[in-house]
Design a protein around this ligand. Structure first.
Ligand SMILES: [Zn+2]
Length: 492
């Protein structure tokens, strides 16, 4: 009898606990609902400006001329290479005569720095984009150096990455000069010819500025852009500004063996060990996922524009943060790259002969680091896992993540106000750049480096960058010029 009563008590206590837990959960979800209604009401967008076809055509023709020059970069330039860049820069002189007549232009081994003196000098603005490109391989619909204007786009290597923005800021200054505008603040236009090979062009420009004692108030480089549907569940265009860049390393893994004839196969040979390691990395994903500040800020700003469940979750990261960090990578590889370090296996070399075991297998990989598990920790972790499979890791080159630019303060306010006014249809949103740009070199002399090219980078454009058939819509070119003009005018 007593035992039975005891069990009844136990059931009573457990039932009560379940009810209390249920009530706590319910009130948490209800609080989250109220928080969503207050902090992230449904987002409203401004109207997309009507495309200015006449201006679009003029700018498209200028960009087309720029794309007809081969400015493919190499780790080291010889005289012939410098001639190629000089020819391109000669074209810039013809396309933007006012800029070249009225601004001071410093040529630092093929890298360009223009200076337009302002009435005041306490808030220097730097607009930048590189003039070099990656090589153009494969079969193109229009030649990679044709500069073809067709199907509403300008086609060619560098159309998006990044001759469009070089055209944009040079044209902006050209027009301001024609209008008789005098800048309130100093302006610098910076364009390296070594961005694609992580060369020393931009560091040279930054050193030059440093020696002159210039501390930029705001730097706007390429990187982000007007992007569509940035994360699953959020539709429409957003002006995405990169606030930091992940770190990067290139590594080689070496596996030694004894060689030997393939007629007597043995277990655990170099190729098999390499394959085991790659397979393990692919299936275990050993890197920690966490939301860095720009990612939290991104989701918070995207929340009002998401479908209801997404709005509910993104506006309550205090409750759903860990869940989002787990689920997002499964929905989008791009989102995954913003939450964690990554490794991509890119090269492999083994035996020269089909019937011989290799004496050594070399596996190449590219790693990207996130601040919460930066260069040293990520490399240490990967080295340890590789060692379990008998692979020895050699670091070819490595660089940690950059600092995070501020999303508060005057510089951000200025940048985001101009972006909002120029692109009312695209809410401004910070994010993490998973690739690398020259902007990182400016981080030494400026805490407000925003990576944003004011052009539309839809899925087709993104596929063309470093791919084939790179092209940019002519309709977005007037917005690009306007953004730079507005930013120069607003910096007082
Ligand atoms: Zn690029």
């Amino acid at each position: 009898m007593e035992a039975c009563a005891g069990r009844r008590d136990l059931i009573g206590i457990t039932g009560m606990t379940v009810i209390i837990l249920g009530l706590i959960l319910l009130s948490l979800f209800a609080a989250a609902w109220v928080h969503m209604c207050l902090s992230a009401p449904k987002g409203k967008r401004g109207r997309r400006p009507v495309p200015d076809k006449e201006r679009a055509e003029i700018y498209a023709r200028k960009l087309s001329r720029m794309l007809q020059y081969d400015t493919v970069s190499k780790p080291e330039y010889n005289v012939e290479d410098l001639k190629r860049f000089r020819a391109f820069q000669g074209e810039l002189e013809r396309l933007f005569p006012q800029v070249h007549a009225r601004l001071e232009c410093f040529r630092l081994d093929g890298n360009l720095l223009y200076f337009w003196k302002g009435k005041s000098h306490d808030r220097p603005l730097v607009l930048m984009s590189h003039q070099d490109t990656v090589p153009a391989e494969g079969e193109w619909k229009y030649g990679p150096f044709s500069g073809a204007i067709a199907e509403g786009s300008v086609w060619g290597r560098g159309a998006c990455d990044t001759k469009c923005s070089v055209m944009g800021f040079l044209q902006a200054v050209e027009e301001l000069l024609e209008e008789g505008y005098e800048p309130e603040q100093d302006l610098y236009l910076s364009s390296s010819c070594t961005e694609e090979v992580s060369g020393d062009g931009c560091p040279k420009i930054v050193r030059f500025l440093q020696e002159k004692g210039v501390r930029p108030f705001l730097v706007c480089d390429e990187g982000g852009g007007i992007m569509e549907d940035p994360v699953p569940g959020v539709r429409g265009s957003f002006a995405m500004a990169g606030m930091m860049e992940k770190g990067m390393a290139n590594v080689h893994f070496h596996v030694s063996g004894n060689g030997g004839h393939a007629s007597t196969p043995l277990r655990g040979m170099p190729v098999a060990r390499t394959a085991d390691f790659v397979h393990w990395m692919e299936h275990h994903d050993p890197f920690r996922k966490r939301m860095e500040k720009p990612v939290r800020e991104m989701l918070r700003r995207l929340a009002p524009y998401g479908i209801l469940p997404v709005r509910y979750v993104f506006s309550n990261l205090w409750l759903f943060g860990p869940l989002v960090a787990e689920v997002m990578p499964r929905l989008s590889p791009h989102a995954a790259a913003m939450l964690q370090s990554t490794i991509a296996f890119t090269q492999i070399a083994g035996s020269d002969a089909n019937n011989m075991f290799p004496k050594e297998v070399i596996l190449g990989a590219n790693l990207r680091f996130i601040p919460h598990q930066d260069m040293e920790e990520t490399l240490g972790l990967v080295e340890k896992i590789a060692a379990k499979y008998g692979l020895e890791m050699e670091v070819v080159s490595a660089e940690p993540s950059t600092a995070v630019s501020e999303t508060e303060g005057e510089a951000w306010e200025l940048f985001s106000r101009v972006a909002r006014e120029t692109f009312p249809e695209a809410p401004v949103c910070p994010y993490i750049l998973t690739g690398g740009t020259d902007a990182r070199f400016y981080q030494d002399i400026c805490p407000h480096v925003y990576r944003f090219a004011p052009v539309v980078l839809g899925p087709e454009q993104k596929a063309g960058i470093h791919g084939i058939d790179e092209h940019i819509s002519t309709d977005c070119l007037p917005g690009c010029v306007d953004f730079y003009k507005n930013l120069i005018r607003a910096n007082r």
